[in-house]
Every structure is written in structure tokens, then in C-alpha cells.
Design a protein around this ligand. Structure first.
Ligand SMILES: NC(=O)C1=CN([C@@H]2O[C@H](COP(=O)(O)OP(=O)(O)OC[C@H]3O[C@@H](n4cnc5c(N)ncnc54)[C@H](OP(=O)(O)O)[C@@H]3O)[C@@H](O)[C@H]2O)[C@H](O)CC1
Ligand SMILES: [K+]
Length: 491
């Protein structure tokens, strides 16, 4: 399924899809050499903008990534830059467009060794791109190590050599780049950690591949942002019930979690928010924010009877165990949109099948990596692959939290959020996210869109607040963000 179940923000293409895009462009009559000229031009442009004026080492690999490097070398030299070109392997072994571009370079080509860096003030890394097949070794490894020792600024062609385009994993080692110039559309490896951190600034250059190739490729992954979802409108004729009623299950001891979630749900626009509290903790909850309704969570089934409580959130501070697991199953039995977070997930450790058989795409699971492992066990693959697999396996939407949060739909669509600041990793931040999500569900957003929007608002709130953020600040930063309303759809 293509995520035009959403409006697209920026599509992300796998390495295989990128090769298909390339092949479709060729089939449409666009010469490969033209694409490579455009790619090299974009790299040279970034180098002019970002590298210090001085001698530049251009490190070329044995494939087309190296071909882009030869183009950049020619264009920079033509503009009067001093360049030093080093090649891994022999020029005679280059093939296709890379061989053509090496032929257009009339300067010297030296063998790739760390010596090629000496006297240089910057580097263009055109060793390996989409075709990286194994960890760096030999001369390539030695040169990348030397770049690190010399702390030279690097511009990577397509991906920093050593970063896998699909997983973002570093195979052996990869340079820390000032910028990475990729072509047509980003790849998962630019968005997932640790690859994203190696890339520096990501430049996505148009090299003449027609956007129409995407109709054929039908990508089902994109970067999360306001182009992907639309927030619910606040209607003039609306009233508190039409803006939804969130029911949050509170715990007996970690009472802060449900309260943080409740405040977030209210700030994001839910009409009413109730906390269902264990009898012994009712006093704590009642002494909290006066705008929150508080009711006893016993018996929980009674609270679920009122269908106006149209979005349910269980887990924050809920206390791992049978009691919570039972309430989760009761909540799922209503068929209403439901967020399962934290303890609600951990309560099914070792018996996840009992949970999965009650799930649907009306339910969003919001694990961090530890909770994910408890529920899904050790899974191979990148965070993207794991979130997608977990969504298919469970039948629910999976929101895998982290510095590169992935939201995956059980039928295949997924987003990666790339711009959450590191200071968002603070106690209680996950409770706020769950509350934002429940608040959006109560207002009638589709669960997948609501999950993406909640993640984005959460990250934006943290970014706007800045370092020093504590979880309580997040909800208070939401109104200013909602007031902007005119976000750049590609933000
Ligand atoms: N539409 C586009 O995206 C365009 C992309 N361009 C550029 O092309 C590269 C992809 O080119 P490709 O030739 O497919 O792959 P690479 O250049 O990345 O690398 C392949 C060669 O590298 C060898 N290799 C791979 N890993 C290692 C390693 N660890 N150590 C040594 N050698 C390695 C591989 O050898 P094999 O033995 O595995 O065959 C290949 O020889 C893309 O990234 C863009 O930069 C176009 O220029 C424009 C259009
Ligand atoms: K590269």
C-alpha cells in the first residue's frame, strides 16, 4: 500500500527502489551520463558552499559513486579549485558511466592511500554509495581513519562511505560528514541512526529523474511532517463532546504519568479528559489539574460503557501485571481507538499472542526499544524493519520511539521522524506523547495520521522549548505550535 492513505511529505526510497528510479529514468530516454553529470554538479556546488577554499581530496571508488566524484573534480578544477583525485582500484577497471567520467577528467589520478589527504583542507567522499556491499577494509578503511585523525571536513556523495543506505548501519566505519549530497529522494539510511548522524546536513539534489517514476515505484515510506497529516479543524459549531473525550487509566503509584498524558491530551484539543484512578489514589488525582475529570477505575468496565469516551489510553504508570492486562483487553473489546503504552505493553511480556489477537489498526502501540523487546522479542534488522515487522505481526500501528521514531502501519505504510532534538529524551516525555496521540484520536483523526502528528508535534514542542526541557514543558509549548498552523508541508 502506498502512503497516499496519507498525503505524501517526502518519499524515502530504499536502495533497490533508487536503482529502479534510475532504471526508469533511463527507460524514459534520460542518459545515465546526464544523471551522473547532474549528480557531480550538485556535489561540486555543495563543496563550493561548504568546504574551505584550498586543496580538496576527491576520493573515488570503483563504481558509479566514484563516477560522481570524477565529475565533481572536473567542475571544481574548472572553477579554479585545486583538487587531488585518488582512486580505489585501476582506472581501466571502471565501467559504464564511471569510465566515461574518468575519461573526461584530464588531471592526475593517484592510488588511494592516506597520503592522498596530505596538503588538503577538505574531502569529497565518493568511495561507496548505494552499492556498499561489505565493511570498509584495506586502503578505504585506512583513508577514512586518517580523515578522522586529521579532522578534515567531508562532503559525502550519496551516503558517507560505510553507511548502509537501507539500514543506516555503519559497516565497520564511516566518516563524520559536514554534508551529504544525495539524489532524487533520501534513503532510510539518511534518516535512521547511526547513519543520520554521520551525514551532517542532508542535501537532496534534483538530477533530472522525473517524479513520475514514483507512480511506478509506489513508495510506502516517507519523512514525517505536516505534509503527511492534517490536524482536526476546530469547528465554530463544536462543543466539548464533539471534540472528543479521552479516558486515561492512571496507576496507584506512578501518578505523574497519567497526569502528564492528561494535560497533553487537553492541550492538543480534546474536549474532555478523564483519569480513571485506583480507589486508593483518587485523592492524588483529584488534587491535580482542576480541568481533569477523575473517576474510580473500579470496576473499569463501567467506565467503558459510555461510548462518548471515544479514545482510550492505558499504560503510563499503570503497573505491570494481570490487573492491567485485564483492563487492556476490556478496553480493546470496545473497538474504540486505543493507545497502549509503557506498562500496558510490558504486561504482555511472554504472552504477546494473547494481546495480538485483539489488535487492529485502530490501536497504536507506543513502545520504546526495551518495551518493544519485551513484546516482540529480539528481532533482526533496522528499527524501520523491526517496526514494520511488528506492525504486520500484531495487526496494530506500531510507533517505535527513539531519536529516529518510526510509525508503521500493519498494511505497509511507514514514516520516520528525523528532527526530534536530543533533549526530548527525558523522563515523562513518553507519557506526554501518548497523551497527545490520545487527544488527537478523540478528535477523530485516523490512528496512523494521529500517531505521526503526535510524534511531530512532540518533537517540534521540544525543539521550540530548547535545552533544559522537562516533560511538563512539552504540553505548554503546544499552543504556540498549534497557533502557527502554517507549517511548511516539507518541514
Ligand atoms: N539515480 C541515482 O541514484 C544515481 C546514482 N549515481 C551514483 O551511483 C551510485 C551507485 O553506484 P554503484 O556502482 O551501483 O555502487 P557504488 O559506486 O556505491 O559501489 C559499487 C562498487 O563498490 C564495490 N564495493 C562495495 N562495497 C565495497 C567495500 N566495502 N570495499 C571495497 N569495494 C566495495 C563494489 O564491488 P563488488 O565487488 O561488491 O562488486 C562495486 O565495485 C550512487 O550511490 C550514486 O552515487 C549516479 O551517478 C547518478 C544516478
Ligand atoms: K560516498
Amino acid at each position: 500500500m502506498r502512503i497516499t492513505l496519507l498525503r505524501m511529505n517526502q518519499e524515502i526510497l530504499s536502495v533497490e527502489q533508487m536503482y529502479r528510479a534510475d532504471a526508469l529514468a533511463l527507460a524514459a530516454g534520460i542518459a545515465g551520463a546526464r544523471l551522473m553529470e547532474a549528480a557531480g554538479w550538485a556535489v561540486a556546488r555543495a563543496a563550493r558552499r561548504l568546504l574551505p577554499k584550498g586543496r580538496i581530496a576527491i576520493l573515488c571508488g570503483p563504481g558509479n559513486n566514484g563516477g560522481d566524484g570524477f565529475v565533481a573534480a572536473r567542475l571544481l578544477a574548472r572553477d579554479g579549485w585545486s583538487v587531488r583525485v585518488a582512486l580505489l582500484g585501476a582506472v581501466e577497471r571502471l565501467k559504464g558511466d564511471a569510465a566515461i567520467m574518468a575519461g573526461r577528467w584530464t588531471g592526475r589520478v593517484e592510488p588511494l592511500t592516506p597520503d592522498a589527504l596530505h596538503g588538503c583542507v577538505g574531502v569529497i567522499d565518493a568511495l561507496f554509495g548505494a552499492g556498499l556491499a561489505r565493511p570498509l577494509e584495506g586502503a578505504a578503511k585506512a583513508v577514512v581513519e586518517e580523515i578522522g585523525r586529521l579532522r578534515l571536513p567531508v562532503i559525502a556523495v550519496d551516503v558517507p562511505s560505510g553507511v548502509h543506505g537501507d539500514s543506516g548501519a555503519v559497516l565497520g566505519l564511516a566518516p563524520d560528514c559536514l554534508a551529504t549530497v544525495t539524489f532524487f529522494r533520501p534513503k532510510p539510511g539518511h534518516c535512521l541512526l547511526p547513519g543520520r548522524l554521520k551525514c551532517g546536513e542532508l542535501v537532496v539534489a534534483d538530477i533530472g529523474i522525473p517524479a513520475a517514476v514514483l507512480d511506478e515505484i509506489a513508495p510506502d515510506l516517507c519523512r514525517n511532517g505536516p505534509g503527511v497529516w492534517a490536524l482536526p479543524e476546530i469547528k465554530a459549531e463544536g462543543h466539548k463532546y464533539s471534540r472528543g473525550h479521552v479516558l486515561i487509566l492512571g496507576g496507584a503509584e506512578m501518578t505523574g504519568a497519567a497526569r502528564l498524558a492528561a494535560r497533553a491530551a487537553r492541550r492538543v484539543g480534546a474536549g474532555l479528559v478523564s483519569i480513571a484512578a485506583p480507589p486508593e489514589a483518587l485523592g492524588v488525582y483529584r488534587a491535580g489539574d482542576p480541568g481533569v475529570l477523575v473517576a474510580s477505575s473500579e470496576p473499569f468496565a463501567d467506565l467503558l460503557e459510555d461510548g462518548r469516551r471515544n479514545a482510550l489510553l492505558l499504560g503510563p504508570g499503570g503497573g505491570v501485571g494481570e490487573a492491567l492486562a485485564g483492563k487492556v483487553l476490556a478496553a480493546l473489546g470496545t473497538g474504540r481507538p486505543c493507545v497502549l503504552d509503557a506498562d500496558a505493553l510490558s504486561s504482555f511480556e511472554g504472552r504477546s499472542a494473547d494481546l495480538f489477537r485483539h489488535l487492529s489498526d485502530r490501536v497504536v502501540l507506543t513502545p520504546h526499544d526495551g518495551e518493544f523487546r519485551r513484546l516482540f522479542g529480539e528481532m533482526p534488522g533496522s528499527r524501520l524493519e523491526r517496526a514494520r515487522h511488528a506492525a504486520r505481526l500484531s495487526g496494530a500501528i506500531v510507533l517505535l520511539k527513539g531519536a529516529d521514531t518510526v510509525v508503521a502501519h500493519p498494511k505497509g505504510g511507514a514514516t520516520i521522524t528525523t528532527d526530534a532534538p536530543p533533549w526530548l529524551a527525558t523522563a515523562g516525555s513518553g507519557d506526554v506523547l501518548a497523551g497527545l496521540l490520545a487527544g488527537l484520536l478523540a478528535q477523530g483523526m485516523e490512528p496512523f495520521e494521529a500517531a505521526c502528528a503526535a510524534v511531530w508535534l512532540h518533537g517540534r514542542a521540544a525543539a521550540e522549548f530548547g535545552p533544559g526541557l522537562i516533560a511538563e514543558d512539552l504540553s505548554e509549548a503546544i499552543p504556540a505550535i498549534l497557533a502557527e498552523r502554517r507549517w511548511d508541508p516539507h518541514d
